[in-house]
Ligand binder design. Sequence first.
Ligand SMILES: O=P(O)(O)OC[C@H]1O[C@H](OP(=O)(O)OP(=O)(O)O)[C@H](O)[C@@H]1O
Ligand SMILES: O=c1cc[nH]c(=O)[nH]1
Ligand SMILES: [Mg+2]
Length: 212
Amino acid sequence: METLVVDHPLVAHKLTTLRDVRTDSPTFRRLADELVTLLAYEATRDVRVTDVTVDTPLATTHGVRLARPAPLVVPILRAGLGMLDGMTRLLPTAEVGFLGMIRDESTLKAQTYATRLPEDLSGRQCYVLDPMLATGGTLAAAINFLFDRGARDVTAICLLAAPEGIAYLDEAFRGGDRPIRVVTAALDERLNENGYIVPGLGDAGDRLYGVV
Ligand SMILES: O=P(O)(O)OC[C@H]1O[C@H](OP(=O)(O)OP(=O)(O)O)[C@H](O)[C@@H]1O
Ligand SMILES: O=c1cc[nH]c(=O)[nH]1
Ligand SMILES: [Mg+2]
């Protein structure tokens, strides 16, 4: 598994405000949106393209277009929805599928409560969006779901990741024949006893959408 921590002053600046406990929900939503676009630029470095020719007003030249089938973007509800617009702004022709998953706060196990994805993902490049990679249980289940439907490779874009979650995914998918990438704005210190990322930013879903 490949892990990329995006090292850029604008990413660090926006992430610092996102972490701040005083940042209100509207500002948090805007910053999450801006951050994902910056991360997506790096995350899509290997997006498949095909060669085409294009007529400029002056000449015919060579270029590229996104290959078919189009990439699939998969936000993990609820918090991943806060990253969808920022991603599709960069990849407007991507299709979008949805996975609804929630982590049981006492067992820290992920449960899937909604799926709305193409049945056949053969050969598709998938971009999973979830702001928090904590134990890794949610993301591992999401990746397995996509691989079971034939996805070709999966890139997860996370705002924050914990070392425990990266290690869990690395172990879970070791030796697999399909590439997995995690692109994140920061690799934090650790998980606390409740499975929250420290220093982290708190509960991403609650900060985006309110406490439920
Ligand atoms: O790596 P893990 O230990 O599995 O935890 C991370 C998951 O927890 C959060 O979602 P949550 O379950 O709070 O749902 P929400 O998006 O509805 O708030 C987060 O958005 C991830 O999906
Ligand atoms: O720190 C964490 C861990 C899981 N989910 C969150 O929203 N935040
Ligand atoms: Mg939550």
